[in-house]
Design a protein around this ligand. Structure first.
Ligand code: UDP
Length: 234
């Protein structure tokens, strides 16, 4: 099973996953490992788009007392820091990358331009999308779904801190049930913590599968080779 089963994928990395055990900030070792995995799948001929979260720095919905819109803009800026750190790690190992942001900040990155992003992918460059959708009241999961559709990616690879989707938190409940396959409606109805409902609905309406698995170099590589890992939502 050496050949990739996808031509173009969207990898969603949560901010938490980039922080590792320290839970906040950026863990360089983890970012470097992710970069190695991305390099490997890129070398297999897979076009890779990445959406990064920002939860390791900031989350709009949990910033009490602050105006929600302002808090969300801070969250979007946080994702740009992660995008730049990942770009740096990729460039250190000679992977051509571009960061595009949903909020213009030309001194730092390209603004998001769909056609240009597609062109970068076609040329084999890894495109990292920062600043989410550019709009408050959304999440980077929704940004992942949106960019995956716009890029015409075949799958969303959702690399998380847990190995699959469970009916309840497996760290708290040892009897938690693990799901191998789920429908979008299952996720919405059972309020499973895969993606928020806006993101899940967008995937459902446009039929893009989501593969949820634990973040590791090996898993990212195996996921693009079609290995049975974690949970598939489709
Ligand atoms: N955010 C936003 N619009 C978007 C994407 C993100 O307002 O399109 C803000 C929101 O405040 C969110 C924060 O950015 O809480 C960080 O993103 P998220 O919580 O999705 O990151 P993750 O949980 O994946 O680390």
């Amino acid at each position: 099973m050496d050949k990739p089963v996808y031509k173009r994928v969207l990898l969603k990395l949560s901010g938490e996953a980039l922080a590792g055990e320290q839970q906040r900030g950026i863990n360089n070792d983890i970012v470097n490992q992710i970069a190695v995995a991305i390099k490997e799948i890129n070398e297999l001929g897979v076009e890779v788009a990445v959406v990064v979260g920002g939860g390791n720095f900031w989350r709009g919905r949990t910033s009490e007392g602050m105006d929600r819109t302002t808090a969300d803009y801070i969250g979007m800026l946080a994702t740009v820091m992660n995008a730049m750190a990942l770009q740096d790690a990729l460039e250190n190992i000679d992977v051509a990358t571009r960061v595009q942001t949903g909020i213009e900040m030309r001194q730092v990155a390209e603004p998001y331009i769909r056609r240009r992003a597609v062109r970068h992918l076609e040329k084999g460059r890894v495109v990292i999308f920062g600043a989410g959708t550019g709009n408050p009241y959304f999440s980077t999961d929704t940004a992942a779904a949106l960019r995956a559709l716009e890029m015409e990616a075949e799958v969303i690879l959702l690399a998380k801190n847990v190995d699959a989707v469970y009916d309840k938190d497996p760290k708290v409940h040892p009897d938690a049930q693990k799901f191998e396959k789920l429908s979008y409606m299952d996720v919405i109805r059972k309020e499973l913590k895969v993606m928020d409902s806006t993101a899940t609905s967008l995937c459902k309406d446009n039929n893009i599968p989501i593969k949820v698995f634990e973040l590791s170099t090996e898993n990212i590589i195996n996921a693009v080779k079609g290995a049975r890992l974690g949970t598939t939502v489709e």
